[in-house]
Design a protein around this ligand. Structure first.
Ligand SMILES: [Zn+2]
Length: 390
């Protein structure tokens, strides 16, 4: 029966190895290969080769495709001393990877040579516990959770859509949430706006939401803007640096303003709207898909615009649509999945059915088209007597 030494020697004869100096040259080259670190979590946490991805040996076969979809790409696999990575290189070869080398001497030799290393930003034990259900998903993991904690999402409105969306984003650990809302909590809001409560009647919605969200998750910083977003303040608010805008406003002037600002600032908008039993969600990502004006170049004349005062809505509907908006926002922040760019998702609460409509970018769009004619903000007249309550 073969001993471990025999087996290792046999595997090493079947794979290609590279020494630390050779690997360093590859790392510094313009076209650096993918470095895969197959050590255990505690070893990884003590330092790693810059840019490496971490796939512990036990998960290599099941997870490698997510990091290395192209089997022809050059891969350097390493462990502490070069033995585990030799077996890993053999496995990758068996999986069809054509260009794999194992770092002989491993991370230990790399470090001994004084080559660059980096320490991972890690999660402290409290965060590991709080986000454990994210850490268990390979597509999120520690790396994804760190991304979320560094993400910044601006919510337009702390009403029906903004309430559930902000609660889920805060719970997920999105590090910075901005809330733009110039309204106060009213009794008629509480049928659906779950970030608020009876004891908060009369408070600013932005302040009420901030209390709710910070109580839910102290990792989240909530920035409030107790103002209505207008052409005057939109650039100032966006200058605070946001990765995604979650639009929960339900009036045309704001919708057009947010759209134009998102194109000018190149920030994706996760758009949601609701009416009675029907809701819709889509993602407007500037220049990758259509914007709102690609679909509706100009707002309807006031006499044709739906009256906001009559806009009844089933209490749970904003919970469903706002949660879908949170889902799209998390995907954008994590860079995973297939966002609703160029796709309008329609939900009918009465039949409990979803439909999807393809949306196309208009090359003649006045704001995101090839020769834009709208290059400054436009304040449209108000369509409703009072503010709309989504
Ligand atoms: Zn457009």
């Amino acid at each position: 029966m073969a001993t471990y030494r025999d087996l290792l020697a046999q595997v090493k004869a079947e794979i290609d190895e590279i020494d630390a100096a050779g690997a360093r040259e590859l790392l510094d080259s313009g076209d650096a290969p993918l470095f895969i670190d197959v050590r255990e979590e505690d070893e990884w946490n003590e330092g790693q080769i810059p840019g490496a991805v971490h796939i512990p040996r036990g998960f290599l076969e099941s997870r490698v495709e997510a990091s290395a979809p192209d089997r022809a790409q050059q891969i350097v696999v390493y462990c502490a001393g070069g033995s585990r990575s030799a077996f890993a290189a053999k496995s990758l070869g068996d999986l069809g990877y054509e260009n794999v080398v194992s770092l002989s001497g491993g991370y230990t030799d790399w470090k001994r040579n004084g080559f660059p290393t980096q320490l991972p930003t890690t999660l402290d034990p409290e965060k590991r516990s709080r986000y454990s259900r994210h850490l268990l998903i390979p597509e999120v993991g520690v790396e994804g959770q760190l991304k979320l904690l560094e993400s910044r999402v601006l919510l337009i409105g702390a009403g029906g859509l903004g309430s559930p969306a902000s609660l889920y984003l805060a719970a997920a650990g999105v590090g910075r949430l901005g809330i733009v809302d110039d309204d106060r909590v009213d009794a008629s809001n509480l049928q659906r706006q779950i970030a608020h409560s009876t004891e908060r009647l009369g408070e600013w919605k932005a302040d009420s939401a901030k209390r709710t969200l910070e109580a839910l998750n102290p990792d989240v910083e909530v920035v409030t803007y107790k103002e209505r977003i207008t052409s005057e303040n939109v650039d100032r608010i966006l200058a605070d640096g946001w990765d995604v805008i979650l639009d929960g406003a339900d009036n045309f002037p704001t919708r057009y303003l947010i759209n134009d600002a998102s194109v000018f600032h190149d920030i994706p908008v996760v758009h949601g709207s609701i009416y009675r039993f029907e809701g819709q969600v889509t993602v407007f990502k500037p220049h990758e898909g259509p914007c709102y004006r690609c679909l509706f170049p100009q707002p309807p004349p006031p006499e044709l615009a739906p009256s906001c005062a009559e806009g009844g809505v089933l209490g749970v509907l904003p919970g469903i649509i706002g949660s879908l908006q949170a889902n799209e926002t998390l995907k954008l922040a994590l860079g995973i999945g297939n966002p609703l760019i160029g796709r309008l998702l329609l939900f009918d609460a009465l039949t409990a059915t979803f439909d999807e409509v393809a949306l196309r970018r208009d090359p003649n769009c006045p704001v995101c088209g090839d020769s834009p004619t709208i290059t400054e903000y436009i304040d449209y007249v108000e369509f409703c007597a009072g503010p709309a309550h989504a």
